[in-house]
Design a protein around this ligand. Structure first.
Ligand SMILES: Nc1ncnc2c1ncn2[C@@H]1O[C@H](COP(=O)(O)OP(=O)(O)OP(=O)(O)O)[C@@H](O)[C@H]1O
Ligand SMILES: [Mg+2]
Length: 859
């Protein structure tokens, strides 16, 4: 898990670089997208330059005309226009360089043409300025001379051929429309102005000047007009317009390209931004996942700690704590852990925090078990067999139902025999768990199961150790009991035997018969004590059949009442329904005797003892003071007293043999040990709840048996004793006293007893006596160690024989042989002895009849 978390951490750690790179790329592309193409300012400047070129061209043409017409005093406006044109040209060049249009060849050629055209205009303007100055100079002199001549007295001009008025008019018309005819006529007039014979020198010089300037006007005026016309028709405006058109075309093409590249780069940066968002989102998810994993690790370590705590004796509480922790982590309101047997499908253990979901959990578990059985052949280790299912959400709309989950069930086969399943139910439906969540659940169940398994093994080991210790003590008791049983049994046999014989003699009711009766019942109780010791030490060979607990308890109530002090009140409470369990009612009665005896001893001032029989159903494994109670149906037998209670320090030891706080008062410490033995014989469980000063409650849980109960009297052999009819019964008993008792008992049962203390005595008697006995009764402990069964058969030939054995002394014969031959066990009571004798004699007579019959047929 830690490695997985580290791996995730590394993956997440790697991501920030990718995010940073993506952010940088996005920013770069966004900048590129914004920066492509001519900017608006440059474009505006270019358009302004074109406008100024137009303006300067128009101003130039206008100013040339005005200058030609003599409306302007100087040429400054012309120079300003030319200067403006040059400036704008230079500005255009630099602006084109800025806008990446420098590479456009057509634009460059047009720019060159415009530049050449402006240069040409400049040359024309310079020529115009020179020639126009000359022209205006000549025109002003010419018109001044004409004015002077016109102001002279006509006598001065007498004899001159020229008509100065006409000349003036012609010149005026010529300056407006300079055509060749006017020039010719002016020329003629100018030639006729010379007056060589005149003495008036001023007039002569005036006439000469007039002729010179007249000719000058005729010469310059057409060329000035031509220059003006050239300037007016200059192609500079056209070139400027062509250049502007070309620029606008190039600009829009560039703009279009820039737009596409902006769209492209913009798209890339948007994609990058989306990618960044995606990365950030993933980073967030990864972080959440890692946080969840770390929290999960934390929960897991808490769980491990909870289970690793060796001192914690309460395994069930630990499992419940664990499930609660996991439920909080997975946000579940209900949780359940079921452990089932794969083969039988039976639920072994259930741990839950509610009592509503069993039907569902049982269905899910049985689905899982079916799955496991179907796939049993697949080569998988048990832990690989995994089950996961979302619980259907019923509260939501149909179309969302599939995406929502009301809870999860995770199952796992934990061993060849067992499978476990955890079910969490959410408070509200939520989206189905992702693979990560499923993995966590898988880890969780794995860990819980491992821990439960470990704790269970530890618990089982503790129980085994405890049992071993208990068994060792029992063995010691058994050995002790074995040592005393023989003597005790013989004494008991004599007592019971003589008692019964006395009862048979004293047929009429009398005080003596009553006392003997009491002796016999005391002997029976002594037999019960022996039984109690035997219960402790070894298994009783009691018949185990279904019986009604209420009947068994009711039957012993009278005996309990008479044997307990009067200050104690017995308060029985029984369930209405039959409470059938499997076993022997004697065991229940022994248990009750012991528990009530203890209760009475703990209540020296009297009080009440409650005896209750009731059915109990547990849906989950319950911890008990002494072990656990698996889920199931039980009959509970409770004995509650209001006595002094049991201190916590001694509570764990009360079931140990010989543990007693009453040794001073003759307590043996065998009572509760026998209870424990009896409860175990009935497959039951014990819980003790005690508070010092308030009292003690013993709850015994016995599994319910669903068969019809056998009536109680069938357990106690209350049938009539079969009597003999004077048949001869030879008996072997090495102890003289016992032999006498047996002989008397046999006689009382209607047989004719012949007693011997040794087997050889019987054999001699058989040889010397003609009378064949009907039965030989042999105490096996009185046989010599060398005697074998085959020898016995041979010696007694076809005389039937009955063996009587002791619990601990089987004599020379094996336990197996004794069992096979139906040997009777001491202590003997009249009924069992009479029954056995009758059976043997009857089968012996049948066998003899068979033999006689076969002889007759053969003979
Ligand atoms: N109802 C009870 N109230 C208080 N203490 C009890 C009760 N039952 C048993 N104990 C305690 O458990 C011990 C063991 O009981 P157990 O019946 O095995 O032996 P005992 O009663 O001492 O001897 P014995 O049964 O031979 O008379 C008792 O000595 C007593 O301390
Ligand atoms: Mg006792």
């Amino acid at each position: 898990m830690v490695a997985v978390a580290k791996h995730h951490l590394q993956r997440i750690a790697g991501k920030p670089w990718a995010t940073v790179v993506a952010i940088l790329c996005a920013i770069l592309f966004a900048i590129l997208a914004a920066g492509r193409g001519p900017d608006k300012e440059t474009h505006e400047a270019v358009l302004a330059a074109f406008r100024l070129i137009d303006l300067n061209n128009s101003a130039l043409q206008r100013d040339v005309l005005q200058t030609r017409a003599g409306l302007l005093n100087n040429y400054d406006p012309l120079d300003a226009s030319m200067g403006g044109l040059h400036d704008m040209l230079g500005q255009l060049k630099s602006l084109f360089r800025k806008t990446n249009l420098n590479d456009n060849e057509k634009l460059a050629a047009l720019l060159e043409q415009l530049s050449a055209s402006i240069d040409r205009n400049e040359t024309l303007v310079e020529q115009f300025k020179t020639k126009n100055a000359l022209l205006h100079n000549s025109l002003s002199i010419f018109s001044k001379i004409l004015t002077d001549l016109n102001e002279r007295p006509s006598s001065d001009l007498q004899g001159l051929p020229a008509n100065f008025d006409e000349l003036g008019n012609l010149m005026l018309r010529f300056s407006g429309y300079p055509d060749a005819d006017l020039a010719r006529r002016i020329n003629i007039l100018l030639h006729s102005t010379s007056w060589a014979n005149s003495t008036d020198n001023v007039l002569v010089s005036q006439l000469a000047t007039l002729a010179v300037h007249g000719h000058m006007i005729l010469m310059t005026l057409p060329s000035v007009n031509n220059i003006v016309a050239d300037i007016q028709t200059s192609d500079a405006p056209q070139r400027a317009q062509d250049l502007q058109m070309e620029y606008l075309g190039a600009y829009s093409a560039l703009n279009l390209r820039a737009m596409w590249s902006r769209i492209f780069l913009g798209t890339i940066s948007i994609i990058l931004c989306i990618y960044i968002l995606f990365l950030v989102y993933r980073l967030r998810l990864q972080t959440d996942r890692l946080t969840r994993r770390l929290n999960f690790e934390d929960v897991m370590s808490q769980i491990k700690k909870r289970f690793d705590n060796e001192s914690s004796p309460d395994c069930v509480a630990a499992i419940h704590d664990t499930l609660n922790l996991l439920a909080v982590f997975f946000d579940a309101t209900h949780h359940e852990l079921i452990i089932s047997n794969v083969e039988t499908g039976l639920v072994q253990e259930v741990y839950e925090n509610h009592s509503s979901g069993t039907a569902l959990s049982k269905t899910l578990m049985s689905d899982f078990l079916d799955d496991l059985r179907r796939n049993a052949a697949a080569q998988q280790t048990p832990r690989q067999r995994f089950f996961y299912q979302n619980l259907q959400s019923h509260n939501e709309l149909a179309f969302t139902r599939n995406a929502l989950s009301a809870g999860v069930a995770v199952g796992m086969q934990i061993s060849a025999r067992y499978a476990a399943m955890i079910i969490f139910e959410y408070k509200e439906s939520r989206p189905k768990a992702g693979s990560d969540e499923v993995e966590l659940l898988q880890h969780a169940i794995d860990l819980v199961i491992q821990c439960v398994d470990r704790v269970r093994k530890r618990h089982e080991r503790d129980i085994l150790e405890h049992r071993l210790e208990h068994a060792e003590r029992l063995q010691a008791v058994g050995t002790l009991a074995g040592g005393i049983a023989h003597e005790f049994n013989n004494i008991l046999s004599s007592m019971l035997g003589y008692g019964e014989m006395a009862l048979q003699i004293l047929r009429r009711p009398s005080p003596t018969r009553h006392y003997v009766n009491e002796i016999v019942s005391a002997g029976e109780r002594a037999r019960l004590i022996i039984d109690q010791i035997l219960t402790l030490s070894r298994k009783r060979e009691r018949s185990s059949r279904p019986f009604d607990m209420v009947e068994a308890v009711s039957d012993i109530l009278h005996l309990l009442k008479v044997s307990l002090p009067e200050s104690l009140e017995l308060s029985p409470r029984f369930a209405d329904r039959p409470a059938v369990v499997l076993g022997n009612p004697i065991e229940i009665q022994q248990i009750l005797m012991n528990l009530c005896k203890n209760a009475s001893e703990a209540s020296p001032d009297g009080g009440k003892i409650d005896i209750e029989v009731s059915p109990v159903v547990t849906r989950s494994t319950r911890p008990l003071s002494h072990g656990v109670l698996p889920s199931g149906s039980y009959i509970r037998l409770s004995v509650t007293d209001q006595g002094e209670g049991i201190p916590d320090s001694i509570l764990p030891h009360i079931f140990e043999p010989f543990f007693s706080t009453k040794s001073h008062a003759g307590g043996t410490g065998l009572g509760l040990a026998a209870v424990h033995g009896n409860v175990a014989a009935l497959a039951g469980h014990i819980n003790v709840d005690s508070a010092v000063g308030r009292g003690t409650r013993f709850d015994l849980f016995f599994p319910v048996c669903h068969q019809a109960p056998v009536p109680l009297r069938q357990f106690f052999h209350e049938e009539k004793v079969p009597y003999g009819n004077g048949q001869t019964v030879v008996i072997l008993e090495k102890e003289q006293k016992l032999l006498m008792m047996h002989e008397e008992k046999l006689a009382a049962l209607g047989y004719e007893p012949v007693g011997f203390v040794e087997l050889s005595g019987i054999l001699n008697w058989l040889q010397s006596n003609e009378r064949r006995p009907d039965l030989v009764v042999l105490d096996v402990a009185s046989l010599k160690d060398t005697v074998t069964l085959s020898q016995l058969d041979e010696d007694l030939s076809d005389i039937p024989y009955l063996l009587i054995s002791d619990q601990y002394r089987t004599g020379p014969l094996s336990e197996q042989n004794l069992k096979r031959l139906g040997a009777l066990k001491k202590p003997l009571n009249s009924k069992s002895l009479a029954d056995a004798i009758r059976r043997k004699i009857d089968t012996g007579a049948d066998a003899q009849r068979g033999r006689v019959g076969s002889k007759a047929v053969g003979g």
